[in-house]
Write a protein that binds this ligand. Structure first.
Ligand code: RB5
Length: 143
């Protein structure tokens, strides 16, 4: 699996740690920045990662800003992207099973490192359920 990851200054520190977590778990990572704590616009990073997902350059995307909110709003403007803002394990699993989310958004100012790693792990490992009702609803999103 190949994952694109990006963050703004509010998510930079957690992004660096999630990159390490992915590397330690032998998951291929493309890092779309940012590369420092200098202020930048989450929009640009969200679009770059989301377009990589849309264009199937990667299998999934992970976006981190201060809250995860700006990233998720921006990412969901890209066709084919289903970005989920997740801060707990139940949602991490449910959004894969029910929504087939392909971008995970987290808030670096909201959650700690270990819960972020656990969310990332369960979100990457959980398959879409492919149940008829969930397929129907995802198709409605795409329309
Ligand atoms: C940056 O200060 C902050 O607004 C951003 O990281 C994010 O939380 C926006 O939704």
């Amino acid at each position: 699996m190949k994952v694109a990851i990006g963050a703004d200054h509010g998510g930079f520190e957690l992004k660096e740690k999630v990159v390490n977590f992915l590397n330690e778990n032998a998951i291929e990572v493309e890092d779309y920045g940012t590369d420092s704590l200098d202020s930048c616009d989450y929009n640009d990073i969200a679009l770059n990662v989301s377009q990589a997902v849309r264009d199937q350059k990667v299998d999934r995307g992970i976006l981190i800003c201060g809250t995860g909110i700006g990233m998720s709003i921006q990412a969901n403007k890209v066709e084919g992207v289903r970005a989920a803002l997740v801060h707990d394990l139940f949602s991490a699993k449910a959004t894969r099973l029910h929504n087939d989310s392909n971008v995970l958004c987290m808030g670096g100012r909201i959650i700690g490192d270990e819960i972020a790693f656990a969310i990332t792990d369960i979100w990457l490992k959980t398959p879409f359920s492919h149940q008829e009702r969930h397929v129907r609803r995802v198709n409605k999103i795409e329309k």
